[in-house]
Design a protein around this ligand. Structure first.
Ligand code: NAD
Ligand code: UD1
Length: 336
């Protein structure tokens, strides 16, 4: 039996495949390479000594997906595939709804045809919207403020409805907080296209000299130093959460949403200071206006993952920044 990993050549997917291989599980990756390359497969092989089975296909292509399920004995799907840039989603919303929502529905239809009814889905803390006060708890009301967030919320609703309609389905929605860091080998890590939108890839590209200056979006929030506070989570801890979620599927009925965070908040300036300390590099920054859509503080209540998955974050902020810097300094231009 194999696990199907959609989006498995991407940032979180590639780290998860490494942890699944370390746990001696078989995997099949499907990815259309829209935001990744097969270089990550070479690196996974370098780390683990095993090369994942890889099929270049789009999850929206039902014929291609049927072929995958015909040729491989799939027990469950970890569904990472999707587009993830918030700003881009406001410019090309239809691509986001097509890929993330229609693509997931197509995948679920094919899974149903092949009677594969186990899924772990990549959701996001973005579904908590703007009004809830941290720590964010899984039972809080959800909402979305941009097309990307809408797609995550719509897929969550689809998965809740599906599980209600048929008790054979077992689904876990992992609501990730802010994944950062890289594998400790420095061989795989985040490799954004173009100018990064997220804080950590931006800071590390400034540290390595690819970008001149960080803009800190606002220092007038009601936080310890006025800059935005987030719950950063090491990507390897996040990968391990997927491993635990897959094994928990057998014991959990229906559809369950679970936060994956540390429960701690870190400000932008704390990240900059830690990055300077770890890298020894200068990180020039200027204070800029707030970024539309941002809120002051976001962190998780992380107890449910411990109760249901026997998971908790093991890696601290030092580990996250040290590993980010190792990846960035060993691969100043990403996988290229
Ligand atoms: P990523 O872009 O590195 O990985 C996603 C992968 O999916 C890419 O390799 C891409 O080529 C592939 N893909 C996209 N559309 C596809 C399609 N239609 N068919 C097949 N493959 C397709 O992103 P990531 O950071 O690894 O994120 C993985 C998942 O986690 C995404 O669903 C993302 O929305 C979600 N998520 C990410 C974060 C984050 O900060 N990185 C936070 C919360 C949730
Ligand atoms: C962003 C998305 C969120 C998505 C998440 C993971 C927005 C509004 N939210 O979350 O939907 O799920 O990424 O992909 O885009 N910052 C700077 N300068 C920068 C970049 C960021 O000061 O150049 C600050 C931000 O204001 C924020 C913090 O750093 O306070 C973290 O930002 P980021 O990494 O983009 O993550 P989120 O905003 O939490």
């Amino acid at each position: 039996m194999s696990l199907l990993i959609t989006g498995g050549t991407g940032y979180i997917g590639s780290h998860t495949v490494v942890e699944l291989f370390n746990d001696n599980q078989d995997v099949v990756i499907v990815d259309n390479l829209v935001n990744s390359s097969t270089n990550s497969l070479d690196r996974i092989e370098q780390i683990t000594g095993k090369r994942p089975t890889f099929i270049e296909a789009d999850i929206c292509d039902k014929a291609a997906m049927r072929k995958v399920f015909t040729e491989h004995d799939i027990s469950a799907v970890i569904h990472f595939a999707g587009l993830k840039a918030v700003g881009e989603s406001t410019q090309i919303p239809l691509s986001y709804y097509h890929n993330n929502v229609a693509g997931t529905v197509a995948l679920l239809e094919v899974m149903t045809e092949f009677n594969v009814k186990n899924m772990v889905f990549s959701s996001s803390a973005t579904v908590y919207g703007e009004s809830n006060v941290s720590p964010l708890v899984e039972t809080m009301p959800t909402s979305a403020t941009n097309p990307y967030g809408q797609t995550k919320l719509m897929v969550e609703h689809i998965l809740f409805d599906l599980a209600k309609s048929d008790p054979q389905w077992s689904i876990i929605l992992l609501r990730y907080f802010n994944p950062i860091g890289a594998h400790s080998s420095g061989l795989i890590g985040e490799n954004p296209n173009g100018i990064p939108n997220n804080l950590l890839p931006f800071v590390s590209q400034v540290a390595v000299g690819r970008l001149a200056q960080l803009q800190v979006y606002g220092n007038d929030y009601d936080t310890l130093d006025g800059t935005g506070v987030r719950d950063y989570i090491h990507v390897v801890d996040l990968a391990i959460a997927h491993l635990k979620a897959v094994s928990a599927l057998a014991n959990l009925e229906g559809c369950t949403a679970i936060n994956i965070g540390t429960g701690n908040g870190t400000s932008v300036l704390q990240i900059v200071d830690k990055f300077k300390e770890v890298s020894g590099a200068d990180i020039p920054f200027k204070i800029s206006p707030r970024r539309p859509g941002d809120i002051a503080t976001v962190f998780a209540e992380a107890k449910l993952a411990n109760t249901l998955l026997a998971w908790q974050a093991e890696r601290n902020l030092d580990d996250m920044i040290i590993d980010t810097w190792r990846w960035q300094s060993q691969n100043p231009n990403g996988f290229e």
